[in-house]
Design a protein. Structure first.
Length: 144
């Protein structure tokens, strides 16, 4: 990611900040509408989960410039996700729906440049998360 792309993502996170709860709500609505079988994976309280997801996403994309801290955080998160039963294909599903949600939320502010920047940021996060998965189950977007 270029420094400009990192800044674009960071600025959009700030812009959505006050509405992030509603954005996360809409995101999970889309996730379960597209693939109702995923609902059973979320055993805990969804309101809390939405907040955790939004907080973590904001923290992790903001940490991208500090690559060491970013990788440590993402690998640990990815290792936990492996335990939740999350696999490579799920990350792709989440990416497409997350970007669709942001596009709907931001309207005209969702430019082509911002879409490309978010695509890269999400792939970095997902790749780093998958690096935290024990080798036998680990996978990559780019090697499949
Ligand atoms: C950018 C990618 C993602 C981020 C930032 C993220 C963030 C989080 C966070 C912060 C939690 C709370 C527990 C913890 O910290 O370990 C969590 C739980 C969880 N996530 Fe994710 N997640 C991501 C991708 C995914 C994907 C692709 C799936 C696939 C379905 C998924 C499924 C789950 C499940 C099943 C739980 C446990 C829910 C429960 O216990 O009720 N996540 N996620």
């Amino acid at each position: 990611m270029s420094p400009e792309q990192v800044a674009l993502v960071r600025d959009s996170v700030r812009a959505m900040g006050p509405r992030m709860d509603a954005v996360a709500d809409e995101f999970y609505r889309r996730v379960f509408a597209r693939d109702p079988s995923l609902r059973a994976m979320f055993a805990g309280d969804l309101v809390t989960q939405r907040r955790k997801f939004a907080d973590e996403l904001q923290a992790i994309v903001t940490a991208i410039p500090d690559i060491g801290a970013f990788l440590d955080r993402a690998r640990l998160l990815g290792a936990r996700h492996s335990g939740y039963g999350v696999r490579t294909g799920h990350y792709r599903q989440f990416r497409d729906l997350l970007l669709e949600t942001f596009a709907a939320e931001l309207g005209d502010a969702w430019t082509e440049e911002l879409a490309v920047a978010w695509h890269r940021a999400y792939d970095m996060v997902a790749e780093a998360m998958m690096m935290g998965v024990p080798r036998s189950t680990g996978a990559s977007f780019f090697t499949r």
